[in-house]
Ligand binder design. Structure first.
Ligand SMILES: Nc1ncnc2c1ncn2[C@@H]1O[C@H](COP(=O)(O)OP(=O)(O)O)[C@@H](O)[C@H]1O
Ligand SMILES: [Mg+2]
Length: 355
């Protein structure tokens, strides 16, 4: 899959223009606050997701204007396709090949991209919920039915938790716990099995990519960590604690992924550059899994990834992602000495100049 061109009008600080990238590496450089991330965000909207910065739709329109329009021409499924997003009156409308979609979620699965932004380093640095979200959103994209399973689990969990809080006031309710535990354990075991399988696949690919990034000087390890070996048993045993705390102490909502570099916790011991490399390896491995599932290579969006990476790690990004279309933003055109093949664009006050 690749982007042929993107026309933008009144998107953030990008007043109007077009970018015609090449099929391989595209570098967008410029000083801070010129609009580089805004451009990647505009591409990202076509995946049907929300702004990766968590912005409201109305924030996306150039200040002082009422309407923002993006027209994307991309190559996928062996043909050129056209997608359009118009943001107006607090709504986001999307068209695909001329056909209006009910919502921009109608674009999901049509245009695929993987985004790395500096904030994603929290995936390694922070608590387990971000790591669980990472696997869950990856699985939602490639496993039909997973999103529904997850929401059934979450609903059942919420119901069980409500019940736990009611039991101290209505002790007769304790008998109904059995039914919820059965349901929760069954959905939960299913989720855990999907996740373990995904991490096993991801792990093989991410290890390989990480080895490429650090020229095999370090070894990445990924391992799914269950909160309970047997969920049904654990729920039963922890009933008293759960009633006391009003929360369910075991289940996929308490699981984590252990990430190690040379067998040491990346979260506790990794340097900034190592953490960044880990997240990159995870994202690129995710892209590879999407490719194996769909036959299309997602577009890779790398925002500000160059700083904190040494030159051999930079070289990997600039010269070893040959099979994908890649967009890399950076401030310093110096690091680009390493670039062997690719297009250069300079972003200056929302104006894009081809170099
Ligand atoms: N809706 C908007 N209207 C006008 N300018 C905006 C809007 N949203 C963001 N900006 C401006 O975009 C600039 C930041 O762009 P960004 O793409 O994050 O910069 P960078 O080139 O550093 O990645 C800031 O100057 C910000 O004020
Ligand atoms: Mg930026």
């Amino acid at each position: 899959m690749n982007i042929k061109h993107l026309k933008y009008k009144n998107y953030r600080n990008l007043r109007s223009g077009v970018i015609i990238p090449n099929k391989g590496i595209n570098i967008i450089y410029g000083n801070n606050a010129q609009g580089k991330t805004n451009l990647l965000e505009a591409f990202w909207l076509f995946t049907g997701g929300r702004s990766f910065r968590g912005a409201k739709d109305s924030d996306l329109i150039l200040q002082g204007e009422k309407k923002s329009q993006l027209d994307l021409c991309f190559y996928s499924e062996e043909r050129e396709q056209a997608a359009q997003i118009i943001i107006e009156n607090g709504r986001r409308n999307a068209k695909l090949n001329g056909i209006s979609q009910k919502s921009s979620a109608g674009l999901v699965g049509k245009f695929c991209a993987v985004i790395f932004s500096p904030e994603h380093i929290s995936l390694v640095r922070e608590g387990p919920s971000l790591r669980r979200n990472f696997i869950d959103s990856a699985l939602c994209q490639i496993k039909p039915g997973y999103a529904a399973l997850l929401s059934r689990y979450n609903r059942t969990l919420a119901q069980r938790n409500t019940l736990l809080k009611d039991i101290p006031h209505h002790s007769e309710l304790i008998d109904t716990l059995e039914i919820w535990d059965e349901k929760l354990a069954s959905y939960g075991e299913n989720i855990v099995n999907f996740r373990i399988q995904y991490i096993e696949n991801l792990s093989v690919l991410a290890k390989d990519i990480y080895g490429g990034i650090c020229k095999n000087s370090e070894v990445l390890g990924l391992c799914y960590r269950k909160s309970a070996e047997n969920l049904k048993e654990a729920l039963k045993k922890s009933r008293r604690d759960d009633i006391y705390s009003g929360h369910t102490g075991f289940g996929p909502h308490r699981d984590d992924i252990d990430i190690t570099i040379n067998s040491m916790s990346a979260r506790s011991f990794g340097s900034q550059g190592q953490k960044r490399s880990v997240v990159l390896a995870l994202k690129l491995a995710e892209a590879e899994i999407i490719y194996r599932k769909t036959g299309e290579r997602p577009v890779i969006l790398l925002d500000d990834v160059m700083s904190e990476l040494d030159s051999s790690r930079q070289d990997y990004l600039l010269n070893h992602l040959n099979e994908c279309q890649v967009f890399i933003t950076c401030c310093e055109p110096e690091s680009l000495k390493l670039l062997k093949n690719g297009s250069l664009f300079e972003m200056d006050c929302g104006e894009l100049l081809k170099k």
